[in-house]
Design a protein around this ligand. Structure first.
Ligand SMILES: *[C@@H]1O[C@H](CO)[C@@H](O)[C@H](O)[C@H]1NC(C)=O
Ligand SMILES: *[C@@H]1O[C@H](CO)[C@@H](O)[C@H](O)[C@H]1NC(C)=O
Length: 615
């Protein structure tokens, strides 16, 4: 996990860089009619992952991109149109680009590399261009330094395509070789380097000792130093994106190893975005839902429910999402309901005006009233697109929140969340762990395993062998695979020697009376039986580490952190991200960007733990 404190928006910097690239790397190319020039965009899966969460198809069209195609797909020649490429500088990609040159697919070629291309590969392209007599058509070659994916204004993830390569499992495998470890570190460092080139600032780096984070820090420090020393080719000259006006400010990069806190990524959560990531299929800002629509009657007779696939983009331009992604779930349900009611009121107003107009239009005497209503109707009609967009967002969030609510109810996720919070904050438990594990109505086997692992990670005193056997039996009876526990046992024995386990502060939830609005009949959300839990802000381990370092507080947890100044790392999750966002709200003039080498949900993380625990 990478936490950088800095004043610029990652999202804005990357969008600016992408738009400039799609404009042939000059600001605003327009043809004589003032329209953007038509062009095709050719990308690989890496490029697609970087662009798709940031630019919509409409925005691409507005920039003149009529067609976007994968590099390794069958593409027909379009000889009178320029092509913008956005790909990784891999051997396979370069070969394919050379083939395009030979086949004279496009009018001209703007070649953009996600990460810096090597001298020798550049020569390969030059030779191919020569052989195809296409030298003049290869308009330009650019290194874009965009090898990371921006998901939010203040959140990024390193990569998606080869995420197994940099996963928690990859780094913690007992049989990883030195060469493999080097490759992992180089991959991470390349992305982080790109991130700071795009921000246009050289960070001060802090990290814990003796961890993978330290290896990354050493390598990143070296790479930044080498680039700064090469004054002629330095990427940090001050005129890079976004940095100019803030160049007196240096970002602080805190690199943290996932092993400092294994409980948070397993924790059940209660805020909207983190819940969507936990229980639904949410990936690169897009959520895929399977909606079951009732019984279908076909000529062949009644068929069972049919699954209807839907996907929605949850992006920073969605105002409801922006406002509520960090809110506790009951508040989200209430807000959707409120939005719906205010939409209906607006809709009724339009209808009312229309009907009055219809009636009064026949009444010659009511001219003045008519013109008054005409003005109102005109304004209502002109806000129609806005109203329709509002309706679209309400429907979207109704569907998404309903899908989340189904999981909460079916698995009693409120109970899990509240109980785990108590375990992590060492509050007295009102119910025995065994009771929850053996309750057939509470949670999936995976929910039970997550709960037990959190308990096992958070207790100072490991349970006795006899107790452990009893838990194991209950877990097995509930259908759990015990491999993750096997790994956590070894991990705990090891970290006990290395350092104290992470602590999580005191009580964090409070049960409130039920929200009347949500409980109203006629509400979209039937919340009956679900606890109305509210959150109290508590700093998670990552937030606490950042707070110590940023505020220069002395604390045994961070006092021996290493310090690099060439002029912190681990797997991430939305729970930690939200905790940092909440923390920084109280700090005037400070900004946080959260990043991670991989962004996993608990299911994916527990799968890795299970693989690590296999004998
Ligand atoms: C300018 O671009 C628009 C849209 O791409 C196109 O319709 C128009 O013909 C172009 N005009 C010239 C003079 O190239
Ligand atoms: C977890 O993430 C994976 C990969 O994005 C996804 O397929 C899955 O639906 C997600 N959620 C759950 C609950 O498994």
């Amino acid at each position: 996990t990478y936490v950088a404190t800095y004043k610029v928006s990652a999202l804005v910097s990357v969008r600016v860089a992408l738009k400039r690239m799609l404009n042939f790397n000059v600001p605003h190319v327009k043809n004589s009619t003032g329209e953007p020039v038509w062009k095709v965009l050719i990308y690989d899966r890496f490029g697609q992952d970087i662009i798709s969460p940031l630019l919509s198809v409409k925005e691409l069209r507005d920039m003149g991109i009529t067609l976007h195609l994968l590099l390794h797909s069958d593409r027909d020649p379009i000889p009178d149109v320029p092509a913008v490429y956005f790909v990784m500088p891999t051997e396979e990609n370069i070969d394919r680009m050379c083939q395009d040159l030979r086949n004279q697919l496009y009018e001209s070629y703007y070649l953009n590399f996600i990460s810096a291309i090597s001298r020798s590969k550049l020569e390969d392209i030059a030779n191919a261009a020569l052989a195809a007599s296409a030298v003049t058509q290869v308009a330009k070659v650019f290194d874009q330094y965009l090898n990371f994916i921006t998901l939010e204004d203040d959140m990024f993830v390193l990569c998606n395509q080869n995420k197994e390569l940099v996963s928690y499992r990859a780094i913690n495998r007992p049989d990883i070789t030195d060469t493999e470890m080097e490759t992992v570190m180089d991959t991470i460092v390349d992305s982080l380097f790109c991130f700071f080139v795009t921000l246009g600032a050289v960070p001060i780096i802090r990290c814990s000792r003796g961890t993978a984070a330290e290896m990354v820090a050493v390598k990143l420090d070296k790479k930044l130093r080498e680039n700064l020393r090469d004054a002629r080719n330095s990427l940090f000259t001050g005129d890079t994106l976004g940095a100019g006006q803030f160049s007196f400010q240096r970002p602080l990069l805190v690199l943290v190893d996932r092993n400092i806190d294994l409980a948070t990524p397993l924790h059940h959560t209660w805020t909207y975005q983190a819940l969507v990531h936990d229980v639904l299929d949410f990936h690169l800002n897009r959520v895929n839902l399977e909606e079951t629509s009732g019984v279908e009657n076909s000529p062949a007779g009644a068929r069972p429910k049919r699954k209807n696939k839907k996907s929605y983009d949850l992006t920073p331009v969605d105002k409801f999402w922006q406002k509520h992604k960090g809110s506790p779930f009951p508040e989200v349900a209430e807000s959707v309901q409120q939005e719906l009611e205010s939409y209906r009121a607006q809709e009724d107003e339009v209808k009312r005006l229309k009907s009055i107009m219809g009636l009064e239009g026949e009444d010659e005497g009511a001219i003045s009233m008519l013109s008054d209503n005409t003005a109102k109707l005109t304004s209502a009609v002109s806000s129609l697109p806005e109203l329709l967009e509002k309706k679209r967002l309400i429907d979207l969030h109704t569907n998404v929140a309903t899908a989340v609510l189904e999981h909460i109810k079916a698995r009693k996720l409120d109970v899990y969340f509240e109980y785990e919070e108590k375990i992590m904050s060492k509050t007295t438990l009102d119910k025995s762990l065994l009771d929850i594990i053996s309750d057939p109505d509470a949670g999936t086997p995976e929910d039970k395993m997550r709960l037990f692992l959190i308990y096992y990670i958070s207790t100072q005193q490991a349970p006795s062998e006899a107790d452990l056997e009893q838990y194991k039996k209950a877990l097995t009876d509930a259908g759990c695979n015990l491999n993750p526990l096997q790994y956590i046992k070894q991990w705990k024995a090891f970290t006990k020697m290395a350092s104290a386990p992470a602590s999580y502060g005191s009580t964090t939830t409070k049960s409130m009376g039920l929200l009347s609005r949500v409980m109203n009949t006629g509400s979209q959300f039937v919340m009956e039986g679900v606890k109305n839990l509210v959150l109290k802000q508590q700093n998670l381990p990552v937030t606490r580490i950042l707070d110590n370092l940023m505020e220069m507080k002395s604390n045994p947890e961070t006092d021996d952190y290493r310090y690099f100044d060439p002029k912190m790392l681990r797997g991430g999750n939305y729970i930690e991200y939200q905790n940092l966002v909440d923390y920084i709200k109280g700090k005037q003039g400070k900004h946080i960007l959260y990043g991670c080498s991989e962004l996993f949900n608990a299911t994916q993380f527990i799968k890795q733990l299970s693989q690590l625990g296999q004998k």
